[in-house]
Design a protein around this ligand. Structure first.
Ligand code: IMP
Ligand code: MG
Length: 174
């Protein structure tokens, strides 16, 4: 089986959307202390672009959780593998994610943050995958809703590869 890449969201379209999300966040949090937490590894490209478009003072940290093996199907199990460096107690948090599929990863991280007594948690995801017949976790800031396809690039990987693509591509095995 040969992997084939097909452009799905071009980089200029991503750039425009990142600006729109950053403007909304800047406006919604203009009088609040905001801590953005990127979920590693997939969100690091999105996080880097998003924070540079935000026009209010913020703090940035990262957390890592694993729910995937090397395949394209979610295992349903989530484990926190990298904790925060900044104490999030009492802070307003936006979790920054690359893509929501089942929402298991975000659910587990949200529950973990609540044990640390945070003030509030909102979710910003570049992509949300809509699957027929299954409920997808709600997010407060969504870049693009996509169909049930496996996508790579702009931080998203398949078995560790393709993260460096500057656009989002559909990965097809033919
Ligand atoms: P969830 O916990 O089922 O919502 O899975 C979300 C995580 O699965 C994301 O953070 C990604 O790391 C990974 N993932 C889900 N769909 C894709 C995809 O189409 N391409 C690459 N990674 C994906
Ligand atoms: Mg991820």
């Amino acid at each position: 089986m040969n992997p084939q890449l097909k452009t799905y969201i071009p980089s200029a379209t991503i750039r425009n959307k990142v600006k729109i999300l950053a403007d909304r966040i800047s406006n919604d949090y203009k009088d609040k202390d905001l801590l953005l937490i990127g979920i590693l590894n997939g969100s690091f490209v999105f996080l880097a672009d998003l924070i540079r478009e935000i026009q209010i003072p913020i703090q940035v940290d990262t957390i890592a959780a694993t729910s995937y093996g090397n395949g394209t199907v979610s295992s349903g199990k989530v484990e926190i593998t990298k904790k925060l460096s900044i104490d999030p107690q009492g802070k307003n948090i936006i979790l920054v994610e690359d893509i929501i599929e089942t929402g298991n990863t975000l659910q587990a991280i949200t529950e973990y943050l609540q044990t640390l007594e945070v003030q509030s948690v909102q979710i910003c995801s570049l992509l949300v995958k809509r699957k027929e017949g299954s409920k997808t976790m709600a997010a407060d800031y969504i870049g693009f809703e996509i169909e049930d396809r496996f996508v790579v690039g702009y931080g998203l990987d398949y078995a560790g590869s393709y993260r460096n693509l500057p656009y989002i591509a559909e990965l097809k095995f033919i």
